[in-house]
Design a protein around this ligand. Structure first.
Ligand code: PMP
Length: 312
């Protein structure tokens, strides 16, 4: 993806600099040990309002700074400053289309040894444009991965650490090589965790069921959004409980959700077609609602959308 644009459009070591100047050493701790924590945040461009709305910025930054505790990170920027930096890089980049913001906190010291406490951290942030990350219209063909999800006592998924994405890469690569669109991770105990970079929901008897925060998942902001929209707008019962592998084959509907994936219907699992192979009615309703909400079109949820350009 082409990232080069002149001018100070990225945040690095306390200032805004051109992308070419935002470089780390090969000796950097995070480069050697995967000790970075990051977020992926979407901004949706509204042609009508000539503005970009960053979706649930506060919640993303809140998750990031809470996770600092897991990796013993301390940086000069607090949550409010990080929010402002996310807005500022987006403003500076000036895209008139949907974007993806990547704030990243990493162990910046040039030191040897995989410790986290007492190792200095730094913060950087950049933005790229991003359309659909997966097909959201036709339904995805997915496979249960032979790779297990990292357990909370190994590399905690909730931390959204750079190193943990080796696990995601292995699963998604395996799925794609075998001709599927995406993978579903099982946990060590054989129950379902999530997708390679997305949470999973199943519809069964009109109820929405998803795996709990103790199931080695990243507790997604989109997951929380979907749960809230389902309860408040569609008056559905939402249940967090372990999901068995074979429930994926027999459920009424299945979908992924995540900042990148948005709300993406699944049409088959391990070549077992769900229903008539079309996105189901509950998934479609939730997806429609989700897209309206992220574009700032639903008043009730407008506070979730942070405008990049003031006074518009
Ligand atoms: N699980 C994993 C492993 C992810 O990488 C993501 C994407 N950030 C998600 C779930 C969904 O999280 P969110 O809705 O906060 O983007």
């Amino acid at each position: 993806m082409a990232l080069m644009q002149p001018g100070p459009i990225t945040y690095f070591e306390g200032q805004y600099v051109p992308v070419e100047e935002a470089k780390v050493s090969i000796m950097t701790h995070a480069f050697n040990y995967g000790t970075g924590l990051f977020e992926g945040i979407r901004g949706y461009y509204s042609e009508e309002e000539e503005n970009i709305f960053i979706f649930r910025l506060k919640e993303h930054v809140d998750r990031l700074v809470r996770n600092f505790r897991i990796l013993c990170m301390e940086i000069p920027e607090d949550a409010a400053a990080i929010e402002q930096i996310c807005i500022e890089v987006t403003r500076r980049r000036g895209f008139k289309e949907d974007v993806y913001i990547r704030p990243l906190c990493y162990k910046c010291e040039r030191s040897l040894g995989p410790a986290v406490r007492g190792v200095a951290s730094s913060f950087c942030c950049y933005v790229i444009k991003l359309g659909d990350y997966v097909d959201t219209q036709n339904g995805l063909d997915v496979a249960v991965s032979s790779w297990r999800r990292l357990s909370d006592n190994a590399i905690p998924s909730r931390a959204k650490s750079t190193g943990s994405y080796i696990n995601s890469s292995l699963a998604s690569t395996e799925a794609k090589q075998a001709g599927f669109h995406e993978a579903i991770f099982l946990r060590e105990d054989g129950t379902v965790a999530e997708g390679s970079a997305m949470n999973i929901f199943m519809v069964m008897g009109g109820k929405l069921i998803t795996t709990p925060p103790t199931a080695d998942i990243l507790v997604g902001i989109t997951r929380n959004t979907v749960m809230q929209l389902a309860r408040e707008m569609l008056h559905l019962e939402v249940i967090e409980r372990p999901i068995a592998r074979t429930e994926l084959y027999v459920c009424d509907e299945l979908f992924f959700c995540g900042t990148g994936a948005q709300v993406a219907p699944v049409r088959s699992v391990d070549r077992r077609v769900l229903g008539d192979g079309q996105p189901g009615p509950v998934t479609k309703q939730l997806q429609r609602l989700y897209f309206e909400v992220v574009q700032g079109k639903v008043d009730q949820y407008r506070p979730w959308c942070t405008p990049v350009f003031e006074g518009k």
